[in-house]
Write a protein that binds this ligand. Structure first.
Ligand code: NAG
Ligand code: NAG
Ligand code: NAG
Ligand code: NAG
Length: 253
C-alpha cells in the first residue's frame, strides 16, 4: 500500500475515514485497519496480467491452502469467490478477468488453512489506480547502422483494467535511449486497440556507437517508475568509409 511505510500517517487517516463511514453509512464493515491485519497484499500489472499476491507478516504461520474472496466497494454487497483461487496452494491469484476497473476500491479476504483448521484470516483493500505498479513490458532490440528497432511485447488484447469501457486509456510507454551521458526519451503513441507486438524505430543514430535502451510505463499517479533493465547494442560501422571524417566532426546534435 502506498502509505504503509508511514504508520503514524495512515492511522489518523484511517480513523477519519472510518468515522466518516460510520457517520454516513452507520457501519464499520468496510475498510479494515490494514496495519493490524496478518497479511500484506500486493497487486501488480505483470505481463499485462493483474496479479494479486499476499504474504503473512508472521512467518511461523504456514498455511497449506488459501482461499480468496473479494467485493467491489461501490457495488452490491456480494462477496465474490474466485473459482481459480479457492483452496489453492500458491499465495497469488490472477485477477485479470475479474478486476476490470482501475478506479474502484476492492476489498479482499484471504483465509489460510492447514488441514481442517483455519490458521489465518486477513482482510484488506486495494485501489488499483494507486496501489498497482505497472511493471515494464518485455522488449527486444535490434541494432543496425543508424537505427535501432525496439520490439515491445503487447498482448493480443489489452486487459480491461487498463482499457475498460468508460475508463480512460492511460498506458504511456516510454522508451529511453542512452548513449554516453545523453539520455533521450521517446514516447510512442499507443492506442487502446493495440494488438500484439509493437515496433518502434529509433532513427538518426550514430554508427559504431554504443546505445542502451530501457522501457517503462509512466505512472499515472504518484507511483514510482518501474524501469526495465537496459539492453545495449553497438551499432554497426558504416559500409562506405568516405564520409567517416564528416560524420565524426558533426558528433551529437
Ligand atoms: C482443500 O484441498 C485439500 C487438498 O487438496 C483438501 O484436503 C481439502 O479438503 C480442501 N478443502 C476444501 C475446503 O475444499
Ligand atoms: C469504476 O469505478 C468507479 C468508482 O466506483 C466508477 O465511478 C466508474 O463508473 C467505474 N467505471 C466503470 C467503467 O465501470
Ligand atoms: C477434518 O475433517 C474431516 C471431514 O470433515 C474429518 O473426518 C476429520 O476428522 C477432520 N480432521 C481433524 C484433524 O479435525
Ligand atoms: C526496422 O523496423 C522497421 C519497421 O518495422 C522496418 O521497416 C525496418 O526494415 C527494420 N530495420 C531492419 C534493418 O530490419
Amino acid at each position: 500500500m502506498l502509505l504503509s511505510q508511514d504508520a503514524s500517517l495512515i492511522r489518523p487517516l484511517n480513523l477519519y475515514l472510518m468515522v466518516y463511514i460510520i457517520l454516513v453509512f452507520g457501519t464499520l464493515q468496510t475498510l479494515p485497519d490494514v496495519s493490524d491485519e496478518p497479511c500484506i497484499f500486493k497487486i501488480t500489472l505483470r505481463n499485462f496480467r493483474t496479479i494479486l499476491s499476499w504474504k503473512l507478516k508472521d512467518h511461523s504461520i504456514v498455511p497449506t491452502h488459501y482461499t480468496l474472496q473479494y467485493a467491489i466497494m461501490s457495488g452490491p454487497e456480494d462477496v465474490i469467490t474466485v473459482k481459480d483461487c479457492t483452496n489453492i496452494t500458491r499465495s497469488f491469484c490472477d485477477l485479470t478477468d475479474a478486476w476490470v476497473n482501475m478506479s474502484e476500491t476492492y476489498t479482499l479476504r484471504v483465509v489460510g488453512h492447514r488441514g481442517n483448521s483455519t490458521l489465518v484470516d486477513c482482510e484488506g483493500s486495494l485501489f488499483p489506480l494507486i496501489d498497482m505498479p505497472l511493471e515494464p513490458p518485455n522488449f527486444e532490440i535490434a541494432g543496425f547502422t543508424d537505427h535501432i528497432n525496439v520490439t515491445v511485447e503487447f498482448p493480443p488484447v489489452l486487459p480491461k483494467i487498463v482499457h475498460g469501457e468508460g475508463s480512460s486509456f492511460y498506458l504511456s510507454l516510454v522508451i529511453e535511449e542512452k548513449s554516453g551521458n545523453i539520455v533521450k526519451k521517446h514516447k510512442p503513441k499507443i492506442n487502446a486497440d493495440i494488438a500484439g507486438n509493437f515496433i518502434y524505430v529509433i532513427n538518426e543514430l550514430i554508427p559504431n556507437t554504443n546505445y542502451c535502451i530501457s522501457v517503462y510505463f509512466e505512472p499515472s499517479n504518484l507511483g514510482t517508475i518501474n524501469r526495465s533493465p537496459v539492453k545495449c547494442t553497438r551499432l554497426q560501422p558504416e559500409q562506405e568509409s568516405d564520409e567517416d571524417s564528416g560524420r565524426e566532426a558533426r558528433g551529437y546534435s
